[in-house]
Design a protein. Structure first.
Length: 111
């Protein structure tokens, strides 16, 4: 699901559905923080909570699940790519760091 589709789903929620969705996400986050399990997917957490929810809230949960499943899963090898180093013209490949040191990648959407 593309960002534009997710945005459409969330903007079509009624005020009541939006409140239900936010409360559900808050509840899930709280449970996650208190859990001893370190990793689980959005699907594992949200699927069991779908029962009795309006179709709008269920669509919003589907959007969260789809976003969670878009990238590599924990333990999978990330896709290789190259980026320009900040302040230089030098390019560097992600795979060139394998076995050398930890690399933190931060991506954002500023739309």
């Amino acid at each position: 699901m593309r960002k534009q589709q997710r945005d459409r789903v969330f903007s079509s929620l009624t005020e009541e559905e939006s409140t239900i969705y936010r409360n559900l996400i808050r509840e899930v986050r709280s449970e996650r923080k208190s859990s001893s399990s370190s990793q689980f997917t959005a699907r594992e957490v949200l699927e069991p909570r779908r029962g009795g929810l309006s179709s709008g809230v269920q669509e919003a949960l589907d959007a969260v699940i789809a976003r969670d499943e878009m990238g590599p899963m924990a333990g999978e090898q990330p896709p290789d790519f190259d980026l320009k180093l900040m302040g230089t013209e030098e390019r560097v490949r992600l795979s060139s760091f394998k076995g050398n040191r930890a690399v933190g990648l931060i991506f954002g959407s500023y739309t």
